[in-house]
Structures are given as structure tokens and as C-alpha cells.
Design a protein around this ligand. Structure first.
Ligand SMILES: Cc1ncc(COP(=O)(O)O)c(C=O)c1O
Length: 368
């Protein structure tokens, strides 16, 4: 039985009537940008994460980039982040004119190693971007301490972690601001690109509203130079329907993850992902470490089991960052993760039969 890594078709068919009605409602109004759907989605997401403000933008990438700009970060500034993440985290730092400064990750959670952050702080450091990788929050309590001590802006890359918790609080409401992605494969996925910034800071929220609309407070009066990073009404309308299901989908992801972990825990060469207190993981990805990763990946491919390597090359070794002069071996844990990780199908609608198929395939392949 073939098992896809993600099956958005099943999700759509299950709630098709609601989605189609929401899209039809927008089409009937012919109002496609800056309308009521985006405003309501902003209110819904702010309430969901427990932040005072939410500002919709066109992608998770823009959520990061425009927040850095709105916070006044630019040329000459350094921003600390992890090298084991999706490219956008560091791309956003570079694109606002600042320099990414990498710090290695923890081997158990793949998230930034807070103990190494302090040593990376210089007189130029302005911000830290912890990434809540695969859906589990970075260790925000000590990071918040470090940020306060050094007067640094703390921006959560919560692109993969909408709904994730750190104790009682939610990703996106743990730092000075949080960047969320609505890319279709995210736990809350739009019919296209989309993103959101959450924050308690009213001045930052206003600066973001300027940034996403060419710096216009009043139409054709430009206070600053921004860009066009608007979220569409159709995207927002669909996201509002899907948000009503997010908790239930998260539970299904967690059930799938728990079933996998129970069966993989005792297999040599297989390390299931670890949920570390006080985090509540939302498993945008269920990511194993495998000593024979490439062989397992080939075996899964041969059985048509969807799987993916997130990510094969750490950011400090990317060609575009060669000028930063980080050598191979500089961040050994990130480099090892790139050699060992494999993500498996964990989407909410995965059937028990599909799950068993994945478990059997991984078990057979890992045992060689
Ligand atoms: C960790 C991380 N940061 C940022 C992004 C960027 O989000 P988007 O694809 O919506 O621009 C993504 C999504 O792909 C991501 O996974």
C-alpha cells in the first residue's frame, strides 16, 4: 500500500462543503484584499495564540523579514539563530541587511542550544530567532532570560508550530513577536501562501501594518518604505474554516506520533523524536534519527511510503552563506542531524492501516 507523506485531498473532501461556501462568499463580494475575512482571521489567530495583535502577511518568510524590519534591525546588526532550520529563517535576516550568526542545536530536540547562545552575543547582536522546529517549542524560558539580560529582540519562528505549547502558553505568544506560516503543508494550511505575525506590542503591530502595505498609514502617504505583503481574502476565508478544526487535527497528529514512538522505541539505530517538558509538540513533522538513514529512505521509497529529509544541508554550509566563513565541523550537531533525520507521514487523516504500513516498512528497513 502506498502512503503519501501528506494527503491534503482527504482533508479537503472531509470539509469541502464549508470550504467551498467560504470561497463562494468571498467571490460573491468580489473583495479580494484588505477585507473582513483578513480582519477576522487576525482576531481569530490572536485569540488562538493568546497575543494582543496579529498582522496578516503573504508568507511565513515575510512574517520573519518584515518583523525584523519593523523592529528596526538592518545593516551592521547581528541576529542569532540555529543552522538546522528551513532557509527562510536565515534568509529573512540576510534580506533585512543584517548578518545571521549561527549557534548549534540540541541533539534531542533539534532546537537551538540555549547554553551556546550567550557566547554568540556581541556588541552588534540585536535579536535572537529561536525556531520551534517540526512543531516543538525551543526552550523559551532561558532564551527569554538571555534576551532580557542583553536587551535583544526575541522573534519566534513559529512557522511550523501553530498550536504548540510551552507550559500553558502558546507558540507565537512567548517572545516579543511570533512568525507563523500558512504554507499548504503547515498544520493550518492555506490554499496558497500566507503568514501572520503575532505580538503584544501595539507599536510593532502598527509598524508591521505599514511594512506590509508600502509604508502607507493613509493611502498614498508613505511614512516608511515597505512592500506589498498582503494576505488575500480567499486565503483568509479558508483559513478561518480550517482553524475550527486545528485542535482536533493536532490531537490526531499527536496520536499518530505516539503510535509510531511506541513501536520505534526499541529498534536499534532508530531514535524517535523526544517531547521535552514543558513543551507540547504539534508534529508538523514526525522526524526520526536513523543511523542508516539513506538506506531506510531508499527502502521506503521502493515501497512508495512518503518520507523526506528536512533538512539535508545546514544553513552555515549553504553556498549563499560561504562569505560567513563557517567551516565544516563548526556545528557538529546540526551537521549530524542533516545526515540522520527522516520525516514520516503524520498528517491527521492517516489511517491505522497506513500507519501500520509505515511502521512495518521502517522496522524492516532499519533492521536491514
Ligand atoms: C521554520 C520555517 N521558517 C519559515 C518558513 C517560511 O514560511 P513560508 O513558506 O510561508 O514563507 C517555513 C516554511 O516553510 C519554515 O518551516
Amino acid at each position: 500500500m502506498a502512503v503519501p507523506l501528506l494527503d491534503l485531498q482527504v482533508q479537503y473532501q472531509a470539509i469541502r462543503a464549508e470550504i467551498d461556501a467560504a470561497v463562494a462568499e468571498v467571490l460573491a463580494t468580489q473583495r479580494f484584499v484588505f477585507g473582513p475575512q483578513v480582519e477576522r482571521l487576525e482576531a481569530d489567530i490572536a485569540a488562538f495564540v493568546g497575543a494582543k495583535h496579529a498582522v496578516a502577511v503573504s508568507s511565513g518568510t515575510d512574517a520573519l523579514w518584515l518583523t525584523l524590519r519593523a523592529a528596526g534591525i538592518g545593516p551592521g546588526d547581528e541576529v542569532i539563530t540555529a543552522p538546522f532550520t528551513f532557509f527562510a529563517t536565515a534568509g529573512a535576516i540576510h534580506n533585512c541587511g543584517a548578518t545571521p550568526v549561527f549557534v548549534d542545536v540540541r541533539p534531542d530536540t533539534f532546537n537551538i542550544d540555549v547554553d551556546q547562545v550567550e557566547a554568540a552575543v556581541t556588541s552588534r547582536t540585536r535579536a535572537i530567532i529561536p525556531v520551534h522546529l517540526f512543531g516543538q517549542c525551543a526552550d523559551m524560558a532561558p532564551l527569554t532570560d538571555a534576551a532580557r539580560r542583553h536587551g535583544l529582540f526575541l522573534l519566534e519562528d513559529a512557522a511550523q508550530a501553530l498550536g504548540a505549547q510551552y507550559g500553558e502558553r502558546f507558540a507565537g505568544a512567548l517572545g516579543d513577536a511570533g512568525a507563523i506560516s500558512f504554507f499548504p503543508s503547515k498544520n493550518l494550511g492555506a490554499p496558497g501562501d500566507g503568514g501572520m505575525v503575532t505580538t503584544d506590542d501595539a507599536a510593532l503591530a502598527r509598524a508591521l501594518r505599514l511594512q506590509r502595505n508600502h509604508g502607507q498609514g493613509e493611502t498614498y502617504y508613505h511614512e516608511v518604505v515597505g512592500t506589498n505583503s498582503r494576505l488575500g481574502e480567499i486565503q483568509a476565508a479558508v483559513l478561518r474554516v480550517k482553524l475550527r478544526y486545528l485542535r482536533q487535527w493536532t490531537e490526531a497528529r499527536r496520536d499518530n506520533a505516539a503510535a509510531y514512538t511506541a513501536r520505534f522505541a526499541d529498534i536499534d539505530g532508530v531514535t524517535p523524536p523526544l517531547e521535552v517538558a514543558p513543551c507540547r509538540h504539534v508534529y508538523n513533522q514526525y522526524t526520526l534519527r536513523l543511523t542508516r538513514r539513506d538506506a531506510v529512505r531508499e527502502a521506503l521509497r521502493a515501497r512508495e511510503i512518503g518520507c523526506a529529509v528536512y533538512y539535508p544541508v545546514p544553513l552555515h554550509r549553504q553556498e549563499c552563506f560561504a562569505h560567513l566563513a563557517y567551516k565544516e565541523g563548526r556545528f557538529p550537531r546540526a551537521e549530524q542531524a542533516c545526515r540522520e533525520v527522516l520525516s514520516l507521514p503524520v498528517f491527521p487523516e492517516l489511517t491505522q492501516a497506513q500507519r501500520e504500513e509505515v511502521i512495518t516498512a521502517v522496522t524492516d528497513a532499519a533492521r536491514g
